[in-house]
Design a protein around this ligand. Structure first.
Ligand code: ZN
Length: 204
């Protein structure tokens, strides 16, 4: 199983980090050891001073595919979940400056939070406009809607599958909206997809 993450997929987030607007999906990977599930606490690593939350819609691939045409891409997933792409922003900025890969900043243990369950797309009021929210200590800090993604789920599946075969169980984190920021010891994070709470855990 692999984890693919899309970067720079919401205009508002691209602008807050002063990045360029991409003309095709930007993607990177995390290993399966990055997964943090079942509302386990996240322990801040000691080698970074700035871990940012990035809440993202996550799709799970349900069949094998390669070179998937966009018009068929919706056949490769039928559920959506919610996760956090934790990012050591200080480390990432240093790596970016030197043109180096991002793994140290993005692929560390616990950096891929995944919600307790996935929600069938058919059960949502509008599968093209999925609302999601991250609350920290009860206060909304990131609010997104999938209609604002520059690259849709189908665009992403089609693009990524030109380079790597997608397998059943692979997870795709589809990018974060604006509002990223640091987490601190003692913070309580809750993620909602529409009104369904999908994760609830502490920073330690
Ligand atoms: Zn991200």
């Amino acid at each position: 199983m692999k984890i693919i993450c899309i970067g720079r997929n919401y205009f508002s987030h691209v602008k807050e980090l002063n990045n360029d607007v991409p003309d095709e999906p930007v993607f990177f990977m995390k290993p399966d050891s990055a997964i943090l599930r079942k509302n386990a606490p996240f322990f801040l690593p000691d080698w970074t001073k700035e871990v940012h939350h990035e809440i993202e819609l996550v799709i799970r691939i349900n069949r094998l595919g390669k070179n998937i045409e966009k018009r068929f891409a919706d056949r490769y997933f039928n559920e959506v979940g919610l996760g956090i792409d934790f990012t050591a922003r200080d480390i990432q900025n240093a790596l970016k400056k030197r043109g180096l890969p991002w793994e140290k900043a993005k692929a560390f243990d616990g950096s891929a939070v995944i919600g307790a369950s996935f929600v069938p797309l058919d059960s949502l009021p509008d599968r093209k406009n999925i609302n999601f929210t991250l609350k920290i200590n009860g206060k909304p800090v990131q609010e997104g809607k999938s209609s604002l993604m520059m690259f849709s789920f189908e665009d992403i599946i089609s693009h990524v599958s030109q380079f790597m075969t997608l397998k059943m169980g692979d997870l795709i984190y589809t990018g974060t909206p604006a509002g990223v920021g640091p987490v601190n010891i003692g913070d309580h994070l809750e993620g909602y997809l529409e009104n369904i709470k999908l994760f609830d855990f502490m920073i330690k």
